[in-house]
Design a protein around this ligand. Structure first.
Ligand code: ACK
Length: 976
């Protein structure tokens, strides 16, 4: 080993003391060292030629560790050409390698007496080869890397001052393709000491980001980015394929996609940890494990759902986050009202709904013989109105029963988990016996001592009629004497009567099941001896004398009065003469018997309209309990109403504030005179009005859950699709009723629908002034008049063409509000923008998780041409079909903001504007604090990140992510 040095005084300064940190190198984690002379033990064994040129020497560092180095200093002789080359350096797959050299170089001027041939640079070369054992490489084969000059050379003074001038230079060679290469250094007459040589390449070090692991990756040549696919860490799965780019300088760039923890696991920094007992995570899309909902538990780690406690259940469609529920208790307080062979059953809802809002009722009917012990299911001939199963209201009308028959009706309350419970159903039972009257007598033929009667048997006898029994007696003499006669036929002549005497007749039938009820009393008088019987003995007179006949007649008369009598005091009018014309043109004929709404303004005296349609209630029967809101005319309160001989009921009470004008009073009460004309389970029911004392009040049924929009916002994401469709169905049914009555609502919106405790939705808000004054959504149009733009059909906005078809448009918007849990239609777009967008063909996109069929129905309601929109009756039928076939609701619409490619884009350019536009403005600070300051930055935001930045409501997370998708759909790109 050569340790000679021709300028011994120089030697020390060519190898100044090295600090331990220089000797023990800590390489950056993104560099892989292929060669480092500082850590070489023993000879480097490099080739140096000619022999008097470069020299390998050993020096000691501070810790006495030998270091190998090369030096040359032939400055005194001209024409130097001294080379040394390294051994073969394998490149280990790297395409670009870096060479870091540390050297010292003597300033020629500081060397006394050196000739002008003294140099202050040297050259660096490489030669690529697959052969690791080349013993000779021609100079001309080398490729030059660079001529290296010292940034710092040192002088004699430095030597004297013992000042170190160590230079560090880094060069790289690119696009290597062979197994390795040799490095060579050429000296042409300088005084150099090569202190260290390090060869390395760069890699992107193993990294875990967004729960995806990216392996150590060698950087590409020519600064190219290397795309790397990440693999999800344990217990996670791909949400979007994770990718990153490894840059030329060993840094990771542009993370795309991510993994999410599987159900049962939650994210903790770079890994997924199991949910602890008592918590669960149902979906990989949820960020964190949540506490088990009420009445459920998880005893083990990693739970993806919590099991229900004993006696509690979860229906298939229930979200895992919902409390476990149980079947409802039995309905209560059944009341039956019998009318011949029909019965109306009413009952109170169960005291315990089981924790669910989807309680419905089913009626089981059994016909019982004898003493009621032998019962069998009722035949299919019995009819239930509106239906036998799945009743949403606690009332049913049962018709076409057999007469004189015992029936047992069991009313069962059912909810979404009733079928899952093995416990017997909770029923309330009602027993009734129908009557069997011989109810129509056709003829009487009279003489002075006989009367002939003929009758028809009961409509629906409970068996074969064995015989009829006729009972008669002299009027007012029943207690003393009466006669019973029997016959198998339908006619009987009773003889031996006194002339000129009034007799009372009654007839009843007997079947195998026993006697039915007597029909009504018929009074007939025999002829006087001295005069001809009326009509002569053979003359038949057709009489409608039975009670039933009388009832039919009475009903008919009442109907006539209702229909025709109302013409007397005022003119019957429709809301819009055009509407009537349109109905005619469309060939829409009103069904006989269907009523038409009468506008209170058609009354000369509006108070008469109130008297005609609203019942006056005695104020003493009302107990006001609390204020629940404010209406246009005064407070809205809840309370109770107890009318004589009726059950006490909860009511809503709207009052007219003091100091009102006559016009205000009229407008206030107009709502009652409109509402009072309606009678439908999906229209808010008017109980009556108080007008005779102050304050003037309108009393309606109480709707426990208030208005639909507030209710939905409060229960965001908590209902099953079927429940939502059920609500829509109710609203559509109420609207069908209104449109059948030719009533156009004009302000149909979720805020004007009320919801009761059974989730039954009812249309409300019928005041005359409501669209003008009451609705905060109503805005003035250019043609004057206030219109709730977002809910209103274009023709109604443009030229006030309000029809049932424009109500259908509004209904589509209500459907959208329902599915989106009370989201504001068109979010924060201005009214003007909404009008413009609709005109250009834009339609609201399907809300999150909206079944395709429902969005299609909405789009149908929003047909530009109003004649192409469905009628409410069709909407009800469509929804009924969907309810009967829930599978049809499974296919979800892909949520995208733009339904029509020609639609204008959101004009937002900042994250704040965007959050405002999607109605999530409350999270501006959260986004800013988390560093999301540009729209591009939010494009890859994930649910986990939202949770981390305290956007924890799942509904809000979904809404934001859906809006992010829409941003993608608009073609916003990440700027890399
Ligand atoms: O959303 P809400 O609770 O439901 O607040 C409004 C408020 O009164 C002003 O209109 C509520 N409200 C109106 N009518 C009724 C009713 N029949 N039953 C229950 N709440 C009602 C409405």
């Amino acid at each position: 080993m050569a340790t000679l040095w021709i300028y011994p005084s120089l030697l020390f300064f060519l190898f100044p003391s090295l600090t331990p940190s220089q000797a023990l190198r800590n390489y950056p984690e993104n560099e892989v060292t292929l060669l480092d002379t500082m850590s070489a033990l023993g000879d480097l064994g490099w080739e140096a030629y000619p022999a008097e040129g470069w020299e390998e020497i050993s020096v000691m560092d501070e810790r006495n560790t030998p270091m190998r180095s090369y030096q040359v200093c032939n400055v005194m002789e001209a024409s130097q050409n001294n080379w040394f080359r390294t051994r073969h350096i394998a490149r280990e797959g790297a395409q670009r390698v870096y060479i870091e050299i540390k050297f010292t170089l003597r300033d020629c001027n500081s060397l006394p007496g050196v000739p002008g041939t003294c140099k202050e640079t040297f050259n660096m070369y490489y030669y690529e080869s697959n052969n690791p054992n080349l013993w000779f490489i021609k100079e001309s084969q080398y490729i030059k890397i660079d001529t290296i000059a010292a940034d710092e050379s040192f002088t004699q003074t430095d030597v004297g001052d013992r000042v170190m001038r160590l230079n560090t230079e880094i060069r790289d060679i690119n696009n290597l393709s062979k197994k390795g290469f040799y490095l060579a250094f050429q000296d042409v007459g300088a005084c150099i000491a090569l202190v260290s040589l390090r060869v390395f390449y760069k890699k992107c070090p193993l990294a875990v980001l967004n729960l995806a692991q990216f392996p150590d990756t060698v950087t590409g040549g020519d600064s190219a980015l290397v795309e790397v696919r990440g693999s999800c860490v344990n217990d996670s799965e791909e949400f979007e394929a994770p990718r990153m780019y490894c840059s030329g300088d060993g840094g990771w760039l542009v993370p795309i996609g991510r993994c999410v923890c599987k159900p049962g696991f939650e994210e903790n920094k770079d890994y997924c940890q199991a949910c602890r007992p008592g918590t669960y995570k149902a979906s990989s899309m949820d960020a964190y494990c949540s506490k088990c909902p009420p009445h459920s538990f998880s005893h083990q780690e990693k739970a993806s759902e919590c099991s229900c406690e004993k006696g509690f259940y979860r229906a298939d469609m229930d979200p895992r986050s919902m409390a476990c529920t149980r079947p409802p208790s039995a309905p209560e307080n059944p009341i039956s009202t019998l009318n011949d062979t029909s019965v109306t059953l009413e009952w109170s809802p169960p005291r315990d709904s089981g924790g669910r809002g989807d309680v419905t009722y089913s009626i089981h009917c059994r016909k019982c013989a004898g003493d009621g012990r032998i019962c069998s299911p009722c035949s299919n001939n019995v009819h239930f109105v509106p239906r036998q199963f799945g009743l949403s209201i606690p009332k049913v009308l049962i018709t076409d029963l057999l007469s004189n028959t015992n029936y047992t009706f069991s009313v069962e309350a059912v909810n979404g988990v009733s079928d899952l419970s093995p416990t017997p159903k909770q029923l309330v039972t009602v027993n009734i016996t129908t009557s069997q009257t011989v109810n129509v007598i056709l003829k009487e033929r009279k003489s002075k001592d006989s009367i002939t009667l003929a009758w028809q048997g009961p409509d629906r006898p409970n068996g074969v009629i064995v015989e009829y029994e006729v009972i008669y007696y002299e009027k007012n003499q029943r207690d003393q004497n009466y006669t019973v006669l029997k016959t198998k036929g339908h006619m009987m002549t009773v003889e031996g009567l006194k002339p000129g005497t009034t007799y009372v007749f009654r007839v009843r039938a007997r079947t195998d099941g026993g006697y039915g009820n007597y029909g009504g009393e018929i009074e007939l008088e025999t002829s006087h001896e001295d005069m001809l019987a009326i009509g002569g003995p053979n003359q038949s007179t057709i009489l409608a004398v039975s009670i039933a006949g009388g009832i039919v007649l009475l009903t008919f008369l009442v109907a006539c009065f209702v229909v025709s009598g109302r013409h007397c005091g005022y003119i019957k009018a429709k809301q819009d003469p055009d509407e009537e014309k349109m109905q005619f043109q469309n060939g829409r004929v009103k069904l006989p018997g269907s009523r038409t709404y009468i506008h209170p303004h058609t009354y000369e005296d509006p108070n008469q309209a109130v008297r005609d349609f609203a019942k006056e209630i005695d104020a003493s029967t009302i107990r006001i309990e609390r204020v629940i809101g404010a209406g246009e005319f005064g407070e809205v309160c809840s309370g109770r109403l107890k009318l004589p001989s009726k059950r006490e009921i909860y009511v809503a009470i709207k009052s007219l504030k003091a100091g009102y004008s006559e016009k205000q009073r009229r407008d206030f009460l107009s709502e009652a005179s409109i509402m009072g004309q309606f009678d439908h389970p999906n229209i808010i029911r008017l109980e009556g009005v108080v007008t005779r004392c102050k304050p003037v009040m309108i009393i309606t049924e109480y709707m426990e859950n208030g208005s639909l929009d507030t209710f939905l916002k409060k229960h965001d994401g908590q209902f099953t699709v079927i429940q939502l469709v059920g609500m829509m169905r109710g609203i559509a049914s109420g609207m069908k009723y209104l449109s059948d009555m030719s009533y156009v609502h004009r302000d149909l919106a979720a805020r004007n629908i009320l919801v009761n405790s059974n989730l039954v939705c009812k249309v409300s808000d019928f005041g005359l002034s409501r669209v003008l004054e009451d609705d905060p959504e109503a805005a003035y149009t250019t043609r004057g008049g206030k219109i709730p733009i977002r809910w209103t059909a274009p023709e109604a906005i443009a030229y006030r063409k309000f029809t049932s078809a424009s109500d259908v448009w509004s209904y589509g918007i209500v459907m959208w509000e329902v599915i989106s849990y009370g989201e504001r239609p068109y979010w924060e777009m201005s009214n003007q923008d909404v009008i413009k967008a609709i005109d250009e063909g834009y339609r609201l996109p399907a809300p999150m998780d909206c079944p395709v069929v429902l969005h299609q129905l909405m789009l149908d309601c929003w047909e530009k041409s109003r004649s192409e929109r469905p009628k409410f009756g069709q909407i009800v039928n469509t929804l009924d079909k969907l309810i009967r076939n829930p599978n049809s609701l499974k296919e979800l619409a892909n949520s995208s903001v733009w339904e029509d490619p020609t639609t204008p884009e959101f004009s937002v350019s900042t994250v704040d504007e965007w959050l405002d536009a999607i109605n999530m403005g409350q999270y501006k600070d959260n986004f800013a604090n988390a560093g999301y300051v540009s729209l591009d930055s939010i494009l890859y935001i994930s649910m986990c990140e939202l949770s981390k930045m305290d956007v924890t409501l799942v509904g809000h997370q979904k809404k934001i992510l859906s809006a992010v998708q829409s941003l993608h759909a608009q073609g916003t790109h990440v700027q890399v």
